[in-house]
Design a protein around this ligand. Structure first.
Ligand code: F6P
Length: 359
């Protein structure tokens, strides 16, 4: 006898290519095949916290055309923490419990990054809300899963940008700096840098010595390579504070985007007579259609979320481990942040093909 579940599904935090593919897969299996009812909650948990509720019944029909669609049809926000809501940072988490009762929701599927999963964990532990998690971030910085969907799409966009910068850099004998996203992890920078043949890859995990970058440019020029392609992660920082040049500590974290690339550009022109151009890729990395690998992973996660609920494994999150999708406790998924392993194979490969990592 199939059990008749009725669950809510929502997307939280920043968007990532593949969110809609998760929703589609979940609804196709849960509603189309198992005859559950699935309620889409708008704008993360906000759709349940506001009156009237902003929710809608999802069906396989309402999810047509979602596989390759970027963004999230449910909407999202990173300002919807029910434990610290609005300007007053009020704890209105109790409202969520009554909303779930009003709508007869047994539990929630939370598709989101570490911030959303932390909130999900608090809802579970403090209010007994049943939650199944699906991890999401283009940064690929969640240690619990070998891969998050959205990452490959972001890397593809950044690689394409490097390919394009390559030809113009070569034509003008310029130093081209591309800044990519990733918060405090350099996965996007490292992967795109390798795929796009960058000469220097600057990661948050390896504070850079500006002299090493300058030497790399000099060496290239000495052998007639008059241009240099540099990819910088948005969380990158210089090893040494240089008066008037650098943004460090609190200032560094406030100047979120464009900070590290501009800082590096200033440092280079102060030391060499080079023509430097800066491109900050920004949200182009998050928008648009997911690549095939992300569509597949998102679909696998959507189906795995149904399987977890069917098996009564609330409190778990879908993760990819050794190419199998499994469930692990949400608590495990939020406990460790994953940065680039500076002694790992990819870093060694980068060094072995002559990439300058600045440290
Ligand atoms: O975590 C995903 C991410 O895109 C980071 O790479 C970036 O630092 C951040 O979100 C940007 O957030 P927002 O869209 O709020 O500017």
């Amino acid at each position: 006898m199939p059990s008749n579940h009725r669950v809510g599904i929502l997307t939280g935090g920043g968007d990532a290519p593949g969110l809609n593919a998760v929703i589609r897969a979940f609804v196709k299996r849960a509603v189309g095949q198992l005859r559950w009812s699935v309620v889409g909650v708008e704008d993360s948990l906000n759709g349940l916290l506001e009156s009237p509720y902003r929710v809608s019944e999802l069906t396989p029909q309402s999810c047509t055309g979602l596989l390759n669609r970027g963004g999230t049809v449910l909407g999202t926000t990173n300002r919807g923490d029910p434990f610290a809501y609005g300007r007053e940072k009020a704890d209105i988490s109790g409202r969520l419990v009554s909303a779930m009762q009003d709508l007869d929701l047994e539990g929630l599927v939370v598709i989101g990054g570490d911030g959303s999963q932390r909130i999900a964990y608090r809802l579970m532990t403090e209010h007994d809300v049943k939650v199944v998690g699906v991890p999401k971030t283009i940064d690929n910085d969640l240690s619990a899963t070998d891969m998050t969907f959205g990452f490959e799409s972001a890397v593809a966009v950044a690689t394409d940008a490097l390919d394009r910068l390559h030809t113009t850099a070569e034509s003008h004998d310029r130093v081209m700096i591309l800044e990519v996203m990733g918060r405090d992890a350099g996965h996007i920078a490292l992967h795109a840098g390798l795929a796009g043949g960058a000469d220097c890859i600057i990661l948050p995990e390896i504070p850079y010595d500006i002299q090493r970058i300058v030497r790399k440019i000099d060496k290239r020029r000495a052998v007639g390579r008059l241009f240099t392609l540099i990819v910088v992660a948005e969380g990158a920082r210089c090893a040494e504070a240089t008066a008037g040049e650098g943004l460090h500590g609190e200032a560094h974290s406030r100047i979120h985007t464009g900070g590290p690339a501009l800082q590096l550009a200033h440092q280079l022109v102060a030391r060499r007579d080079v023509d430097v151009r800066v491109t900050v890729l920004g949200h182009l990395q998050r928008g648009g259609s997911p690549v095939a690998a992300d569509r597949i992973l998102a679909t696998r996660f959507g189906i795995a979320a149904v399987d977890l609920i069917e098996a009564g494994r609330w409190g778990e999150i879908t993760v990819l481990r050794n190419n199998s999708v499994i469930g692990v406790p949400i608590a495990e998924a939020i406990s460790i942040y994953r940065q680039v392993d500076v002694n790992g194979e990819l870093v060694k490969v980068a060094r072995a093909v002559g990439v300058e990592l600045g440290g």
